[in-house]
Design a protein around this ligand. Structure first.
Ligand code: GDP
Length: 365
């Protein structure tokens, strides 16, 4: 399953945020393919379109799509040298598809900061440097071999060498691989190197309870935003403590709570949505009378691959996909009306599924 890893220095609010995630609790029975592990939390992806489709179709059941967050504890300075839980920590990060780095932007005298003072940029740099050093080691090892292969005039090595050099130069400047302007072809190769710093990064700025309503004035948050720009990362602002409290409320109470706080959307929902798009995910829907359901696919996937997400047999026997765009369906008001308006297309094996497509797969068994 696809997963985003939560990392951060000690005492920045990781556990609090992770608690909020598990408490918000997805209906695990709906997601038999997800991991059962105390360090993994399944989150449902909030999507207003799913609510609208439910209104239109009035199915027996509605199932949102979901993905996983993994709590990766244990970063320390020197992790790349194998100190503390360092090595284990880095190997866990290697397995995730995106990284959410929690950064402390709340000042609280009672809660010790590992570096003695709240300084988000300093914190980020500690973690990022460990990741960069680990990548530097892999790249240098690889480069030593590739240089020899280039001497033998091996074609692939000749393509790989300049990419490795670009990476090495970036690491020497303490820049992550994701900040490098690769060509599309280079990026494909770099993506195959299993680097830590090429993974998409999202900074989760954790602010105090009384600061969540207005974060424009928050200097620490601004520092994180400026940093993220150069770093080619995104920023989400949350108050982990509030999220933890809110996770236990039902939808109505949650709405009231948010209104009182003067915010539109919970930090957790923002985090889920941002991570989802950061991972390059999109959503298609199936809308039957039994079940209306959202499914996650990767942008660029074709119809048969998307069918396989529901069931592997669907791909083998794929004939076609009856397809209607979400907006067209809503405008028409019902599937029948959409058909009459000529908005339902028959798409074949080569069709690249779009975000918001409502699909009905036809297949041979
Ligand atoms: P971790 O070590 O990164 O997992 O951090 P924790 O989640 O255990 O949080 C460390 C301490 O900071 C705990 O006492 C939390 O209650 C507190 N904390 C976490 N988030 C917030 C927050 O948003 N506001 C305040 N005031 N305290 C927080």
């Amino acid at each position: 399953a696809l997963t985003a890893g939560i990392v951060g220095l000690p005492n920045v609010g990781k556990s609090t945020l992770f608690n909020a995630i598990t408490k918000a609790g997805a209906e695990a029975a709906n997601y038999p393919f997800c991991t059962i592990d105390p360090n993994v939390g399944i989150v449902e992806v909030p999507d207003e379109r799913l609510d609208k489709l439910t209104e239109l179709v009035t199915p027996k059941k509605t199932v949102p799509t979901a993905f996983e967050f993994t709590d990766i504890a244990g970063i320390v300075e020197g992790a790349s040298k194998g100190e503390g839980l360092g090595n284990k920590f880095l190997s866990h990060i290697r397995e995730v598809d995106a990284i959410c780095q929690v950064v402390r932007c709340f000042v609280d005298e009672n809660i010790t900061h590992v570096a003695g003072k709240v300084n988000p940029i300093n914190d980020i740099e500690i973690i990022n440097l460990e990741l960069i050093l680990a990548d530097m080691e892999s790249v240098e090892k690889r480069l030593a071999r590739v240089v020899k292969m280039v001497k033998q005039k091996e074609k692939e090595a000749m393509i790989e060498e300049p990419i490795l050099i670009k990476l090495k130069e970036a690491f020497e400047d303490e820049r992550p691989a994701r900040s490098i302007d690769f060509t599309e072809d280079e990026l494909k190769i770099a993506n195959g190197m299993n680097l830590l710093t090429i993974k998409p990064m999202l900074y989760v700025a954790n602010v105090a309870e009384d600061e969540i309503a207005d974060t424009d004035e928050n200097e620490l948050v601004q520092q994180v935003r400026d940093f993220a720009k150069i770093d080619n990362a995104q920023v989400i602002v949350v108050c982990a403590k509030i999220e933890e409290e809110m996770a236990e409320l039902d939808d109505e109470d949650k709405k009231m709570f948010l209104e009182e706080l003067g915010i539109k959307e919970s930090g957790l929902d923002q985090l889920i949505k941002a991570t989802y798009s950061l991972l390059g995910f999109a959503t298609y829907f199936t809308a039957g009378v039994q079940e209306v359901r959202a499914w996650t696919f990767r942008k660029g996937m074709k119809a048969p691959q998307c069918a396989a997400i529901i069931h592997t047999d669907f791909e083998r026997g794929f004939i076609r996909a009856e397809t209607v765009a979400y907006d067209d369906l809503v405008e028409a008001g019902s599937m029948t009306a959409a058909k009459e308006a000529g908005k339902v297309r028959l798409e074949g094996k080569e069709y690249i599924v779009k975000d918001g497509d409502v699909l009905l797969f036809r297949f041979n068994v």
